[in-house]
Design a protein around this ligand. Structure first.
Ligand SMILES: Cc1cc2nc3c(=O)[nH]c(=O)nc-3n(C[C@H](O)[C@H](O)[C@H](O)COP(=O)(O)OP(=O)(O)OC[C@H]3O[C@@H](n4cnc5c(N)ncnc54)[C@H](O)[C@@H]3O)c2cc1C
Length: 476
């Protein structure tokens, strides 16, 4: 490892990887260092996935998790490396890059990364959102005031996803310097220009340009660090809602022809509701976020492990104005209330009981035609938890969805609460994602600019191209 580079990229998630890959391809003379606090692609070994334990290991000081960082969320490949990797080819969702870059340019960038993935082993198969059946679904949706977000989706698949990462890792090895298991603790700024980074052990590495792509994992660090250099952040949105569970038969057309039907609806109370993360034949699960228990869902690719149910999230976007500036805390408090009422877990309630304004009881859930896949959820009343505005938005969305998937608004459909999606605060940047500190770029999920593989990777490519352009202009 050198002491000085042309460019240092912090974070080896999709954003950092595709930034590095583009620099290697288009400006091979530049010296580039890619740093990540997690492991390289071959050493991301989660003891739970390896079935060595069923919970995170705890060290002698009582600290839970792997050393130096969690193999599931950190390391080469970033947060989604172990996911089934749905690569969405669309500029309609997956982040807010379109607020900075022309939407056609964004789509070109996403297609460009798709090509890179194909060159490194991605499947050629892709979903087609333009079939007559999908058009018929879309027509019904429009009639009900719903917008169907159509995207081509390349299913990378968990094993394939890791293999693609491995191939890209090998392609860059020797051309890009790697530094893993190394946490960056600060950026070094002199006279309003970035000059390098500082590592946890106090070591300094210098560079002409620094790119920060630290993901949701590094979002708090990013905000704290950049605010200390007087960069302003904004964060005014959080998504709150429920996980809906119904029988597969109700969702059959959507599951078969779209796998995941992404719909959005603008409600009479001024909110936008969206469907998210659909799991045909799946399970509702809980996730622990900083001590708060939230709902989520997943499905196995092995059909033998499938259920009779499909689940998906209905999320209501809430935006806040001054003086309130902590939307994430708001969602935590709502979810905590559900945990309190349910004795430390999530609540399950039948849709019919919600409409009647009464709680679900164990008896009512047992009598339901939908058998809950999350056994630990406690029958209760989400009406005592979700704000009126949120609940009204969800009910309006259910009524609209019932025109596209008849039966979804049946009394028997189950709601689990609370589900929430948090976003990282967004630093002030220009359209090249450069901060007011010269040559310091930020991007990806950690900077609140993206929320998906395709835009995060596209963000990396765009930043790389701008770095090259700037360096060329300097050389002219
Ligand atoms: C379980 C799961 C499933 C997902 N499935 C999908 C999907 O199917 N389709 C989809 O589009 N999206 C999916 N996503 C979202 C997707 O993974 C993210 O949008 C994407 O990874 C964001 O990329 P990124 O490069 O911005 O950040 P990340 O991928 O989070 O990478 C950031 C990297 O920065 C490193 N880092 C952080 N702080 C520091 C520091 N101080 N010093 C050094 N290194 C640091 C971390 O170790 C990490 O490796 C999924 C996410 C998860 C968690």
């Amino acid at each position: 490892m050198k002491k000085r580079y042309d460019c240092i990229i912090v974070g080896a998630g999709p954003m950092g990887i595709h930034c590095a890959y583009e620099l290697m391809k288009k400006a091979p003379d530049l010296t580039v260092l890619l740093v990540d606090r997690g492991n390289d692609i071959y050493n991301r070994r989660c003891p739970i996935l390896l079935k060595k334990t069923d919970k995170c290991p705890t060290n002698s000081s009582g600290i839970s998790g792997c050393h130096p960082a969690c193999s599931i969320t950190t390391g080469f490949g970033g947060a989604g490396a172990y996911s089934d990797g749905k690569y969405n080819i669309t500029n309609e969702f997956g982040g807010w890059m379109g607020e900075y870059v022309d939407s056609e340019v964004l789509l070109d960038l996403i297609n460009y990364v798709d090509q890179v993935n194909l060159e490194h082993g991605a499947d050629t198969e892709i979903t087609d959102p333009t079939t007559e059946t999908v058009k018929a679904i879309e027509k019904k949706a429009i009639g009900a005031g719903l917008k169907l977000l159509r995207a081509k989706v390349r299913h990378l698949g968990t094993e394939k996803n890791l293999k693609i990462m491995e191939n890209i890792y090998e392609a860059m090895k020797g051309k890009i310097d790697y530094l893993f298991r190394t946490k960056v603790v600060n950026v070094i700024v002199e006279a309003d220009k970035v000059v390098g980074i500082e590592l946890e052990n106090g070591e300094k590495i210098f560079a002409e340009t620094v790119v920060l792509g630290v993901g949701r994992e590094g979002a708090i660090w990013l905000q704290k660090t950049l605010e200390s250099h007087n960069i302003k952040f904004t964060n005014n949105q959080v998504d709150i809602g429920v996980r809906v569970e119904t029988n597969n038969i109700v969702m059959e057309d959507i599951n078969k022809h779209l796998y995941e039907g992404k719909f959005i609806y603008n409600t009479s109370v001024g909110t936008t509701v969206r469907t998210f993360c659909s799991n045909p034949s799946g399970y509702v699960v809980v996730e622990n976020q900083d001590g708060v228990i939230l709902c989520n869902g997943h499905a196995y690719s092995d059909e033998k492990l499938g259920t009779e149910n499909t689940n998906f999230a209905l999320l209501v976007s809430h935006e806040f104005d001054e003086p309130f500036n902590n939307p994430n805390q708001f969602a935590y408090e709502v979810a905590k209330l559900a945990n309190k009422l349910a004795g430390g877990t999530v609540i399950v309630q039948r849709y019919g009981d919600i409409l009647k304004g009464r709680r679900s009881t164990a008896k009512r859930i047992k009598e339901s035609f939908v058998t809950p896949t999350l056994k630990e959820a406690i029958p209760g009343d989400l009406g005592l938890v979700l704000p009126y505005n949120t609940m009204k938005s969800i009910i309006e969305m259910m009524q609209a969805l019932n025109h596209v998937t008849p039966g979804i608004a049946s009394d028997h459909t189950l709601f689990y609460g609370v589900e929430a999606k948090f976003y990282s605060a967004r630093p002030e940047v220009n359209s090249n994602f450069e901060t007011k500190i010269k040559n310091l770029y930020v991007g990806g999920d950690g900077a609140g600019i993206t929320r998906g593989l395709s835009q995060a990777a596209a963000n990396g490519v765009w930043i790389a191209r701008n770095i090259i352009k700037k360096m060329q202009q300097k050389g002219d």
